[in-house]
Design a protein around this ligand. Structure first.
Ligand SMILES: [Zn+2]
Length: 60
């Protein structure tokens, strides 16, 4: 199954999609700050999750 990542606009395979856990609300907040239309249930492709995880680590 293919999935369209609403953050980067790329189509990825379904197994490359992550749904962010509630323990990572700081990532959810960061994504929403950049993409107000995005919702957790939309999921994110692995590349985007890694990107935002790196962003947050870099700032701390
Ligand atoms: Zn993406």
């Amino acid at each position: 199954m293919e999935y369209l990542c609403s953050l980067c606009g790329k189509t990825v395979q379904g197994d490359a999609v992550e749904f962010i856990n509630h323990t990572e609300t700081h990532i959810i907040d960061e994504i929403k700050a950049n993409h107000p239309e995005w919702e957790e249930k939309d999921g994110v492709c692995r590349k985007c999750v890694e990107y935002f995880r790196r962003q947050l680590k870099g700032e701390e």
